[in-house]
Write a protein that binds this ligand. Structure first.
Ligand code: PLP
Length: 388
């Protein structure tokens, strides 16, 4: 496969892109919501074209070949032997988090069930619990060395008779942590000790940037934790096809799977047929593309890391995965950090949305040129602020 030119910008204006439409009339660089600006791989475009040319778009189920591909993929990448019937197709991971909470809320109907959620976290974890009237107990993440990791002691100390599950994110959004085998074993031991379920959002699993890190699905650790786990995965972030809405849950425990499916009935639509076609192409033909894209993201990450840490008042730790940088701006003394940078021409996600108002999240899944301009604007804004 020849080298792909990720430096080549794709004009996303006037395409109803959520990311770009927010600043349609302004010269703000959109670096907030988590999709990248890269074109999907050719193999996906070809699969979609072929499907469209067929011309009939009726109700569609997951192709057997795709289900088999997922089974083989779990074995090949993670030595995790799953069965095809464990796979439940869903149109998105936020949807998966919501179905999970609804299903969990039916498991202990007589108690006020609570879920543990690491803090900070992608905001839809908390809202999913809220939508199903499940209580939330936030478990802080601690900076250990150069990484943010959930506080294991606090995780265990927070468990009460009402606690039903942990909603987990690995790789973690926004901190970019890839949990190690040892860390996952600790979490698994706690969950098994207290007989808690876990919903593990692993949407960023293909986007590992740190060559010393490996993604491990927590459900693959042992057959016991597998029985208590709902694993959520998707090709959406990896291949930039979030708009095609194709994701899946892997649930080994039959009772839990049935609860999950029941919670979705009549509310959650099936995956659309273009999503299935794109996912099959992604998982069978796009490994080389993904490697090249991750190398590009890693170069962007390294550039950003070096630059941010030379801007007074800003601090960034190395991220092991994802294209989302979690930037500490506490020392810059900004009243509303995201608004401050927006006024300087860079549209970031407010850290407050994730649980920490002293941070901003920057999406570096874009061309190096755009990233360079964003860094320049951020640096100038901070220097002006400090002089003012
Ligand atoms: C951890 C995590 N889960 C879920 C989602 C959203 O997934 P979907 O678009 O499939 O609902 C995102 C998107 O940023 C995410 O980072």
């Amino acid at each position: 496969m020849s080298a792909i030119d990720f430096d080549q910008p794709v004009n996303r204006r006037d395409t109803s892109s959520v990311k770009w439409e927010r600043y349609a009339d302004q010269s703000v660089l959109p670096m907030w919501i988590a999709d990248t600006d890269f074109k999907a791989p050719d193999a996906i475009l070809e699969a979609l074209t072929q499907r469209i040319e067929h011309g009939v778009f009726g109700y569609t189920s997951a192709p057997d070949e795709l289900t088999q591909t997922i089974v083989e993929r779990m074995q090949r990448l993670y030595q995790w032997q799953i069965k095809s019937e464990w796979i439940v197709w869903i149109p998105g991971l936020v949807c998966g988090l919501n179905i999970t909470c609804k299903a969990l809320s039916t498991l202990q109907p007589d108690t006020d069930s609570k879920v543990l959620i690491p803090d900070p976290i992608y905001p839809y974890f908390n809202s999913a619990a809220k939508h199903s009237a499940v209580g939330v107990c936030k478990v802080p993440m601690l900076q250990i060395g150069q990484r943010w990791v959930v506080d294991f002691a606090q995780l265990e100390a927070s468990i009460t008779p009402e606690t039903i599950a942990l909603l987990f994110c690995n790789p973690h959004n926004p901190a970019g942590t890839v949990y190690t085998l040892e860390e996952l074993q600790k979490i698994s031991a706690i969950l098994l000790k207290y007989k808690l379920y876990i919903c593990s959002d692993e949407i960023h699993c293909d986007l590992i940037l740190d060559k010393n890190a490996t993604h491990i699905p927590i459900a693959s650790l042992n057959r016991d934790i597998e029985q208590q786990c709902i694993t959520l995965m998707a090709p959406s972030k990896s291949f930039n096809i979030a708009g095609l809405g194709c994701s899946f849950a892997i649930i080994a425990n039959k009772n839990l799977r049935q609860k999950f499916q029941t919670a979705a009935v009549g509310i959650v639509p099936g995956v659309n047929l273009l999503g299935y076609s794109a996912t099959l192409a992604a998982y069978t033909k796009c490994d080389a593309w993904l490697l090249q894209k991750n190398a590009y993201l890693k170069a962007n990450h390294d550039y950003l890391l070096a630059e941010i840490n030379t801007i007074p008042g800003l601090k960034m730790l190395p991220h092991q995965a994802t294209y989302l940088a979690w930037i500490d701006v506490s020392a810059a003394n900004l009243k509303d950090p995201a608004l401050f940078f927006e006024q300087a021409g860079v549209g970031l996600s407010p850290g407050a949305d994730f649980g920490n108002k002293h941070f901003v999240r920057l999406n570096f899944g874009c061309t190096k040129e755009l990233l360079t301009e964003a860094v320049k604007r951020m640096r100038n804004a901070i220097l002006n602020h400090l002089q003012g």
